[in-house]
Write a protein that binds this ligand. Structure first.
Ligand code: SF4
Length: 388
């Protein structure tokens, strides 16, 4: 049966070749396009797309499904907004934003896919280069796509394979398609955008960077070392004991601390005690990882940490996360939930009893454990709850 792709599909699936052709048919040069009323509206749409991706929860259901425009111009704005968003995040070269954007876009498309007729799903899958049946996927694309899917059920050992086809449940094909969309959207990002275009977009880039910073601060809040995952605690402990840590360990720790909002001078302070400490080299490395060179790095995932041998002392919470940043977020959230209802005057002596830490640069910090416990008590309590 012949499947008809219309303007509604361009909105729902702007990454499709057909949607891109629709945009390139009228947009012309980006500089000229941005001066038109459609271009200005598309820029606002692009900004909204990225901001909602930053604020949303990657890989989880969002409420960000766009209201469908009713006219042809509205479709133009939405589809070119998607293309412009790719250009903007390419100018930003921030891997965390790129990752959030691709996950958010894939999730939006997935939510539309759920209501689609089977023929349309097959059309989209074929257009993305994957031949998905109703309950099976060819082995090679399955292996490639399942590598980015966290749950145990996607592992090949948990699947039946017949004649080179991996058996999947009916509703799982949509999930595989979502991952395929994410990979398709991620492909070629960041794009090689000419510097002149990034200059034209500089004010939007700045606005989004500020929003991201603010979101990070809201999300991670103050830096609370007791909530660090075991791998990061071990790296800090090694540094404090004057031990050299491996290059992957340094990269992971620096990126992690930067991602949770620690400033560069505090991060550099941590490295002072390393036997091979060299201030200018450390400053260069920390600032490079923090984005000075134009690319801001994200801490490696647990899988990558395992490969480089820096995933150590895993605890029960580790079983439920696939990224050290998620560990930190979950632990902070959990600690907040378990914090006793404060009595007395919270404004008086807020730090009394909090862990006091003096870094190697001589900056002292009070790191308040919300439960007023020491780290060992935290873990015992968490473990008991997790076992229960
Ligand atoms: S599982 Fe992840 S969070 Fe836990 S120690 Fe290993 S790398 Fe760190």
């Amino acid at each position: 049966m012949r499947v008809r792709i219309d303007e509604k599909d361009f909105i729902n699936y702007p990454f499709l070749k057909e949607s891109q052709n629709f945009v390139s048919g009228y947009a012309g040069s980006p500089e000229r396009f941005l001066c038109t009323s459609t271009g200005k509206a598309a820029l606002a749409q692009a900004k909204d797309r990225i901001l909602s991706a930053i604020a949303g929860k990657s890989g989880q259901k969002t409420n960000a499904r766009p209201a469908l425009p009713t006219d042809h111009d509205g479709v133009k704005v939405i589809v070119s907004g998607y293309a412009l968003a790719r250009v903007i995040i390419s100018c930003m070269k921030d891997r965390m934003i790129i990752d959030r954007f691709t996950r958010s876009e894939a999730q939006k498309a997935y939510e539309c896919l759920l209501d689609e007729e089977p023929g349309k799903k097959v059309f989209i899958a074929t257009s993305l280069g994957i031949d998905i049946g109703a309950d099976e996927v060819p082995l090679v694309p399955y292996v490639e796509l399942s590598a980015g899917m966290r749950e145990e059920r996607w592992r090949l050992v948990n699947r039946d394979i017949e004649h080179g086809m991996v058996k999947v449940k009916k509703n799982e094909t949509d999930e595989i398609l979502r991952e395929c969309i994410r990979v398709t959207i991620s492909r070629n990002l960041p794009l090689p955008v000419p510097a002149g275009i990034c200059e034209v977009l500089a004010s939007v880039v700045k606005e989004i960077s500020e929003a991201e910073q603010q979101h990070l601060l809201e999300q991670f809040g103050s830096v609370e070392e007791p909530c660090f995952p075991p791998c990061m605690q071990a790296l800090i402990l090694a540094l404090s004991a004057g031990t050299n840590i491996s290059h992957p360990g340094r990269f992971a720790l620096t990126a992690f601390l930067h991602n949770i909002g620690m400033n560069s001078s505090d991060i550099i302070g941590l490295y002072c005690r390393a036997p091979d400490f060299d201030l200018s080299r450390t400053m260069y490395q920390v600032e490079h990882i923090s984005g000075r060179g134009g690319t801001e790095y994200t801490a490696p995932s647990c899988a990558a940490m395992r490969t480089t041998g820096v995933c150590v002392k895993k605890d029960l919470l580790c079983e439920r996360v696939s990224h050290p940043l998620n560990y930190y977020k979950q632990k902070k959230r959990k600690d907040k939930r378990n914090a006793p209802v404060p009595s007395g005057n919270m404004l008086v002596d807020r730090n009394a009893g909090g862990a006091h830490r003096e870094d190697e640069a001589g900056n002292s910090k009070n790191i308040r454990d919300p439960r007023g416990h020491h780290q060992g008590e935290h873990d015992q309590e968490d473990n008991k709850k997790n076992q229960a």
